[in-house]
Ligand binder design. Sequence first.
Ligand SMILES: Cc1cc2nc3c(=O)[nH]c(=O)nc-3n(C[C@H](O)[C@H](O)[C@H](O)COP(=O)(O)O)c2cc1C
Length: 182
Amino acid sequence: MENKKVAVIVGSLRKESFNRKIANEMIRLAPKNLQLKIVEIKDLGFFNEDIEKSPPQEWTDFKNEIKNSDAVLFVSPEYNRTLPGVLKNAMEIGSRPPKENSWKGKPGAIATVSPSAIGGLGANHNIRDAAMSLDIPMMQQPAAYIGGVKDRLLEDAITVNEATEKFITDFMIAFEKWIQRF
Ligand SMILES: Cc1cc2nc3c(=O)[nH]c(=O)nc-3n(C[C@H](O)[C@H](O)[C@H](O)COP(=O)(O)O)c2cc1C
């Protein structure tokens, strides 16, 4: 199986973010030929069309990280039933300027994580919508709406419980197969 680089984008900037914890578990449990790395979005600043022709170094570095990856994985909370602004902002920055869309053609997958039971379904589908315009072919199934996240973590607050470990392992195996199709 060919090795593939996967850029992981976490849609929360919070230090103790559950999404970051689950992203780290996805990295741990992924098939070994997937080299996953969290690409940070906290220092990007707001997208502004006025400066996209002479972009800040952070934008260029971010775009290069995406361009140099074979695939992208979004792991995000839901804010007010949709995706967080920081994540949408990063999507914009990666997509510009015109004809330099860094996301183009990279196979992707989405996991949304929430303490609530619904598991960020609204955000999950809105990320999918936004990814259409970015030309990211998104894995359809299995879908990952990871609800009740507080009960999924063991006492160390890092490791997921057995049922969640099985779910994430299967999800990452499916994602690996999805990536290999491109
Ligand atoms: C502005 C805001 C809006 C939120 N809206 C939702 C929501 O629509 N659905 C949901 O499940 N949780 C919502 N939450 C709760 C988040 O799921 C919760 O804070 C979660 O821990 C955020 O993810 P993180 O732990 O990765 O930072 C909201 C939180 C904030 C701060």
